[in-house]
Every structure is written in structure tokens, then in C-alpha cells.
Write a protein that binds this ligand. Structure first.
Ligand code: PLP
Length: 397
């Protein structure tokens, strides 16, 4: 048996051809593949706009800048996420306020968030960043109600959930990232995620103003648009009395970044996107297999059953002697992982005042969680091997 990681990309011959086509073309970056990938992605998730960026962290950073996060602003997020979901608030000097998770769904608990909002004077918090952790859609409709009531913006961190969805109270299927309830949603195309582009990210929205703002910030804050310049044509031409702007002219109007994706990454991302639906189906099958294999086994605690709309980026179980199981699986070349070490207890956030006991559900979850191998090319034989090793560990001694 080959080593079995918890997640991995799969690259097809067609993916390779698509990348090679770009390498032979005139554009390595800022070419036509970007717009094409953006269009295909916005169609996939059902949003009006999509902006491709260099990675998911850049997507988060541009989003917090777009909302003008600044020192003194407080933003709420979950501790059970990749650090970038919180760090993007710090990049802008804002204060991260972690709220606890729901121990059943592992998602940011709406009621805890409500509690924080109700306790504080109005206007204390500026936004919230819920995460579709493991691929399970959070209750964005509920978060939208809170956002309306407390005047917050919402960034949905949907890195785990392209293709995921939930049913809203009207019975309408809401795809993660469709921006019906969130202001902005962000995705990552790191190889362990559903769609690999090497590195890469995407921001989706239905808000034209945010869209234009983020577009500008993605490329240094520089725009090229005769109708929107702030300097005069005289200055731009270097000639008195000029009425129109010269061909070379462009303007830096805001402090932006270089957070562009390259064209060959976009080509890979778009090619992968074409297979994303098949990947989701396979992920769900794998989840179903785990669920059935472990059903009724008392050593497994956290199995929520198969959930419609779950994108199954991860399959998490909660167990006793998690360390023992982790090491036992490793001795069989099965590389299960932990998602995540609670963010608030990372030394960086401890130094900002967070401590053990602050978020008991997240901390208790961390003691027991283990993410089992989950990726579309995991074979049934490999999965059976994983399942049998887990069962062996708890039953053979
Ligand atoms: C991967 C990930 C990110 C960051 O994406 P990168 O592309 O690696 O920068 C942010 N949030 C979550 C939940 C992630 O899983």
C-alpha cells in the first residue's frame, strides 16, 4: 500500500495540456485565462462577479481592506479554521474576536456570536467571518439576520466548500459563495482543496461597488479608465490645454497590492473546475463509506450522518486516544491530520490575550478530532485499509 495522505490533488492529462497551451501563448499573466476562469467560477457558484487572486489568504486580505478594517475595529470569527481566516483582520490592524463553535457542526456558533453582539454597545463589531469548515455550509441566512440587526458585513470563508450548499428557510438551494447572504465569499486553490491551481484564490460577490474596489486593489490600486481619472489631461499629457488622456496614462488611486493569479494557474484552475462536480460526488461516496463503516462503533463520537450540500473537503471523526490512533495510522503510512489547532491558542493570539478555557467547545473538539483521508482519487481498497486500521486500533488490544 502506498502512503495515504489526508488530501491530495489529481492532475489529468487535460489539465497538463491546458497549462502547456498557456506556456506557449503570448501571456503568462494578465492574459485571457483569468477572465475565463473567473466567468466559469462565478457560474459554478452562482455569483454575479468573481475575482481571481494569488491565493486564499490574499482573497481574505483584499476583502478586509475592501470593508475598511482598521485598528480598533472588532471582527468575529471561529477558532477552528486555518489561521488566515483570522489573520486577515490583523493585517488591517483590526482586533480578532473568536467565538466558540457548535460542538455538533463544528461551525461558528450563531448563538455565541449573537451573545457577543448583544453584550456589547452597538457598533462594537464591524463584521463577521464565518467559515464553511470541512465543506459544511454555515447558516448564512442566520448570519445575515444578525448582520442586519447589528450592522455588520459578512465575509464567508468558503475555502472548503466550492459546490457546497444549504437550503434557506424559503426552501431555496443556496450555493456557497453565491453571495445571496454574504457580502463577499472567498475560495482557495491550494492543492489540498477541491480545485487545485498550485496556489490561487477567488473572491465572489454580487456587489458591483465591492467588485470594482477589489479589482483595483488586486493590481496596485492602479486603474486605466479615461472616465475615472483624478489628475487632469494637461498633467497627464505634460502639455497645457490637453483635452484627452494619452495612451500610456494610468493612475494609482489607492494603496493596492500585486495579488494577481497567473494565466497558467488560471488555466489549471479552470480545467480542474470542469471536474469539480465529479469530485464532489466521489467525496460524498467516501463520506458515506466512512459513515457506514463506523456507525454504531462506540469508539467514534463525531459522525453527523451524511449531510445534503456538504462538500466534504474533510471527514472528521472524534475519538478517545486520538494521539494513539494518529501514531498507529502513521505506522501504517496513513497520514491523517488535525484540523485545526484552535487559532486563539496559537502563541501569536495568546500573546494578544487569549487563553485556555476561553472557548471550551473548540478546545474540547481539538482534543479528539482527526481528519481521515478524503480526496476523489482515494480508492475503495485504500479506504477499506484506512477503515480497518482504525477499527483494529480500538478492538485488537
Ligand atoms: C486554505 C485555507 C485558507 C487560505 O488559503 P491559501 O490559498 O492557502 O492562502 C483560508 N481559509 C481556509 C478555511 C482554508 O482552508
Amino acid at each position: 500500500m502506498n502512503p495515504i495522505p489526508y488530501g491530495r490533488q489529481s492532475i489529468s492529462d487535460r489539465d497538463i495540456e491546458k497549462v502547456i497551451d498557456v506556456l506557449k501563448s503570448d501571456y503568462l499573466t494578465q492574459g485571457p485565462r483569468i477572465a475565463s476562469f473567473e466567468k466559469a467560477f462565478s457560474q459554478y457558484v452562482g455569483s454575479k462577479y468573481a475575482i481571481a487572486v494569488s491565493n486564499g489568504t490574499a482573497a481574505l486580505h483584499l476583502s478586509t481592506i475592501a470593508f475598511g478594517v482598521k485598528p480598533g475595529d472588532k471582527v468575529i470569527t471561529t477558532p477552528i479554521t486555518f489561521a488566515a481566516s483570522a489573520n486577515c483582520i490583523r493585517y488591517c490592524g483590526g482586533e480578532v474576536v473568536f467565538a466558540d463553535i457548535d460542538p455538533e457542526t463544528y461551525l461558528l456558533d450563531l448563538n455565541h456570536v449573537r451573545g457577543l453582539l448583544e453584550e456589547a454597545p452597538r457598533g462594537t463589531y464591524s463584521g463577521v467571518i464565518p467559515v464553511d469548515f470541512t465543506g459544511r455550509a454555515c447558516d448564512l441566512e442566520g448570519f445575515r439576520d444578525l448582520a442586519k440587526e447589528f450592522d455588520l458585513w459578512i465575509i464567508e470563508d468558503s475555502c472548503h466548500a466550492p459546490g457546497g450548499w444549504f437550503m434557506d428557510l424559503n426552501g431555496t438551494k443556496q450555493l456557497c459563495g453565491n453571495s445571496q447572504y454574504a457580502d463577499l465569499s472567498i475560495f482557495s486553490f491550494h492543492p489540498v482543496k477541491h480545485i487545485a491551481a498550485g496556489e490561487g484564490g477567488m473572491i465572489t460577490t454580487n456587489d458591483e461597488e465591492l467588485f470594482n474596489k477589489i479589482l483595483l486593489l488586486r493590481t496596485h490600486g492602479i486603474l486605466k479608465n479615461d472616465d475615472r481619472y483624478l489628475n487632469t489631461p494637461d498633467f497627464a499629457c505634460g502639455e497645457p490645454g490637453a483635452k484627452t488622456y494619452p495612451g500610456w496614462y494610468m493612475e494609482m488611486q489607492e494603496l493596492g497590492y500585486n495579488y494577481r493569479l497567473t494565466d497558467f494557474q488560471a488555466a489549471l484552475g479552470e480545467s480542474q473546475l470542469e471536474r469539480a462536480q465529479d469530485g464532489l460526488i466521489r467525496r460524498k461516496e467516501i463520506a458515506q463509506n466512512y459513515f457506514e463503516a463506523f456507525q454504531g462503533k462506540t469508539f467514534i463520537k463525531g459522525q453527523s450522518g451524511i449531510i445534503d450540500g456538504h462538500a466534504y473537503h474533510l471527514y472528521v471523526i472524534e475519538v478517545e486516544d486520538r494521539l494513539g490512533l494518529y501514531n498507529y495510522l502513521r505506522s501504517h503510512s496513513i497520514y491523517a491530520q488535525i484540523h485545526y489547532i484552535p487559532c486563539h491558542l496559537m502563541p501569536y493570539y495568546r500573546q494578544l490575550g487569549w487563553k485556555e478555557g476561553d472557548l471550551p467547545n473548540a478546545e474540547n473538539y481539538y482534543k479528539h478530532c482527526l481528519s481521515l483521508p478524503m480526496y476523489p482519487t482515494l480508492t475503495n481498497d485504500e479506504q477499506d485499509f484506512v477503515i480497518n486500521r482504525v477499527i483494529d486500533f480500538y478492538t485488537s488490544n
